[in-house]
Design a protein around this ligand. Structure first.
Ligand code: 1GP
Length: 246
């Protein structure tokens, strides 16, 4: 069964999903074994791989090494078309629909299509919305797009709905890696209640309560990058008992 159908099934059964985002630029391959053992005893259901700036070509090697010791599905979350690896299971085929930079709306996708066609990757069309989060994030800098305002729920919802109408299979509300403020809970609630496809939420979530709050507001899958990067014991911390959904 493909990954997307599993995500749909989880949504139907109200089983919440959790992705740990690994940025190949920030990883030291020598420490990978410990990292993977921590992932294996965490509640993670998916591993996402990607970053805004990844240039070094360690993605293939990284995925092979992870797969030796970990059974979680590996999903590419690419910042640009150079971050494609046929060693992964799937790719979020992102279009930055909150912005008006044609490169990130369609140009990179055109460049990636012939490459993807030669792989077995499951391609999951994803509407990607960058949400204002206090300070400029890497996504904003690299994509040269303005995030949508935190208080403009109507525009965020209309954008997410347009993505769904265009055929996106997932909507991803992104505050940006290391964001000062995560996506507002009210925004998660409004979007999740008014689209039919699964909702992903990430950026600036720094504690287990933040994950739970995103779930309670309607997120189907939460992405954790920086918090786990900074503390590989993030998921064994003492407030674990407050973390009931998964
Ligand atoms: C970034 O949404 C992800 O694309 C995760 O963000 O690094 O802030 O957890 P963090």
């Amino acid at each position: 069964e493909n990954l997307y159908n599993q995500i749909i099934k989880s949504k139907t059964n109200n089983q919440k999903l959790l992705a740990i985002l690994l940025d190949p630029d920030k990883l030291v391959l020598e420490n990978l074994e410990l990292l993977i053992s921590k992932i294996n005893c965490s509640p993670a259901t998916h591993i996402f791989i990607g970053g805004s700036l990844v240039e070094n070509n360690i993605i293939d090697e990284l995925i092979v090494k992870i797969k030796q010791n970990c059974n979680l599905p590996i999903v590419l979350f690419p910042g640009n078309p150079s971050q494609i690896s046929d060693k992964a299971d799937a790719i979020l085929f992102l279009s930055l629909i909150s912005g008006r930079n044609a490169d990130f709306l369609i140009e990179h996708q055109v460049n990636a299509a012939p490459v993807l066609k030669k792989t077995q990757l499951e391609i999951i069309s994803t509407g990607y919305l960058l949400i204002e989060s206090g300070t400029e994030t890497a996504v904003e800098r690299i994509s040269k797009t303005k995030p949508l305002e935190r208080n403009n729920l109507d525009l965020v919802l209309a954008t997410a709905q347009a993505g769904e109408m265009l055929g996106n299979k997932l909507i991803y509300l992104e505050a940006g890696s290391g964001a000062k403020q995560a996506v507002p809970l009210e925004m998660i609630a409004v979007v999740s209640q008014n689209i039919g496809i699964p909702l992903l939420v990430g950026g600036g979530i720094v504690d287990l309560q933040g994950i739970q709050n995103a779930y309670d507001s309607g997120a189907d899958l939460v992405i954790i990058g920086t918090a786990f990067e900074n503390n590989i014991n993030f998921f064994n911390s003492e407030n674990k008992n407050r973390y009931s959904a998964i």
